[in-house]
Design a protein around this ligand. Structure first.
Ligand SMILES: Cc1cc2nc3c(=O)[nH]c(=O)nc-3n(C[C@H](O)[C@H](O)[C@H](O)COP(=O)(O)OP(=O)(O)OC[C@H]3O[C@@H](n4cnc5c(N)ncnc54)[C@H](O)[C@@H]3O)c2cc1C
Length: 402
């Protein structure tokens, strides 16, 4: 019987187990996760769970009975310390050895840390795990002050949840605008205005020098000499791939574990999926490491096809989402390299099309799910868009192709 060992217990691992089951895999599966919980839904941590719309019992991706039914052996609260590729085994922090026929690295990504004076004071948080989110939810009290560091999606979602909970929020961003790496300036302006209207103070171009406080944080100190009194700090300045195990084992890595279209690494017995893996995106013609649930799901399907020697499923156009206040942003495609942006609509429901030489490469849709769904297909088909018609929000996007 094939022995498949999965390292990591996040979205990618849970989806892999689900897909293996669906595809009739009859080997033995062992899952090793350094978290003490069964795989759970991470995106809700900065959204529905944080603002109290969801409870712990609703966050699990698969119920315990499912793992039992599938005969998955769970090693929770255990860390894989080393891969012994020659003997096809992994070593756990308990000194236990697990042998494998196939090993899957689903180790995800870890938050980038801010190493400044005072950064170990209590009250300074990151948001990655359920425990992190639970602590924030318990500690946040109305009228307290929260400082969010980093104007990316996670920082903005935390700001949104905290406002809902009645906290005063200041968001500090080092760059000249929020969402600097991920959206066009006009989309960033839209979210900037939205957050200001909801009472968030946003300071861009702001450099920090450290944190002040006796035992817990009392203030953030700024490079311009300023001092911002605060009760809590949450840092969201991006993540790094958890590819240390693979690197130490001498596998090919470059900002993530390099994998082929079947999620195979440079070792034929080892696969990598989810946030830790970097793969060639045929549609865009470049290597990308994606951080999304959709990417985990796609990787799980590719891996199982490779394992069963079936053709890889056709790759889907990457997509993402973010929820802030009453706005649901759905993102289709990757916008890097765009030459033009077209806006459709205004206010609570609008979208932006990213074109590269007239061809649709990405779309940010706010409360316009039809634009999002149609954009995915139009992007996949490398559609040239009619600029005039594309600006008219009353036309369906499908009717805006040249
Ligand atoms: C707050 C938050 C909000 C998000 N919102 C969205 C969203 O709205 N939409 C979206 O698409 N994506 C979102 N994401 C990203 C999404 O959650 C990730 O892309 C997804 O969870 C990646 O899953 P993964 O299984 O690859 O890795 P992870 O979820 O990072 O899981 C990897 C697991 O492996 C464990 N591990 C690592 N190394 C070892 C080891 N050596 N031994 C044992 N265990 C190990 C880690 O502790 C972790 O539990 C969000 C992420 C966060 C943190």
């Amino acid at each position: 019987m094939q022995r498949l060992v999965i390292v990591g217990g996040g979205h990618a691992a849970a989806q892999l187990i689900r897909t293996l089951h669906k595809r009739g895999f009859d080997g033995r599966i062992t899952l090793v996760s350094d978290e003490n919980m069964m795989p759970y839904n991470r995106p809700v941590l900065s959204k529905e769970y944080l603002n109290g719309q969801m409870e712990e019992d609703q966050i699990y991706l698969l119920q315990a009975a499912m793992y039992e039914k599938l005969g998955v052996e769970m090693r929770l609260g255990r860390r894989v310390e080393r891969i012994d590729r020659d003997n096809r085994s992994v070593w756990l922090d308990s000194d236990e050895r697990l042998d494998y026929d196939q090993l899957v690295l689903a180790t995800g990504a870890t938050p980038r840390r801010l190493d400044l004076p005072g950064s170990r004071l209590a009250g300074i948080h990151y948001l990655k795990t359920f425990d992190d989110a639970r602590q924030l939810r318990e500690r946040f009290q109305p009228d307290q002050h929260l400082t969010v560091i980093g104007g990316g999606y996670i920082g903005l979602e935390i700001a949104s949840a905290a406002r809902k909970m009645g906290l005063e929020v200041t968001l500090l961003e080092r760059g000249p605008r929020i969402l600097g790496r991920v959206v066009a300036p006009e989309v960033a302006d839209y979210f900037h205005t939205l957050h200001i209207a909801q009472g968030v103070e946003i300071r861009t171009g702001t450099e920090l020098t450290g944190f002040d406080g006796e035992s817990s944080v009392e203030a953030v100190t700024l490079a311009d000499g300023g001092r911002l009194a605060t009760d809590h700090v949450v840092i969201g300045i991006g993540v790094e791939p958890a590819d240390r195990l693979a690197q130490q084992a001498g596998m090919d890595c470059d900002n993530g574990i390099l994998v082929d279209a079947g999620c195979r690494t440079s070792d034929p017995a080892i696969y990598a999926i989810g946030d830790c893996a970097r793969q060639y995106q045929t549609h865009y013609g470049r290597w990308e490491r994606l951080e999304s649930v959709q990417n985990c799901n796609a990787h799980a399907a590719m891996l199982v096809a490779a394992l069963q020697q079936r053709d890889a499923p056709a790759p889907e156009i990457p997509w993402f989402w973010s929820t802030q206040y009453d706005r649901r942003l759905q993102i289709a495609g990757l916008n890097q390299g765009y030459t033009e942006v077209i806006r459709r609509g205004s206010g609570e429901a609008c979208s932006w099309l990213y074109l590269q030489d007239g061809c649709l490469i990405a779309c940010d849709a706010i409360n316009r799910p039809a634009d999002f769904l149609q954009a995915k297909k139009l992007i996949a088909a490398k559609t040239q868009m009619d600029r005039q018609r594309s600006q008219d929000p009353s036309l369906s996007l499908n009717n805006c192709a040249c």
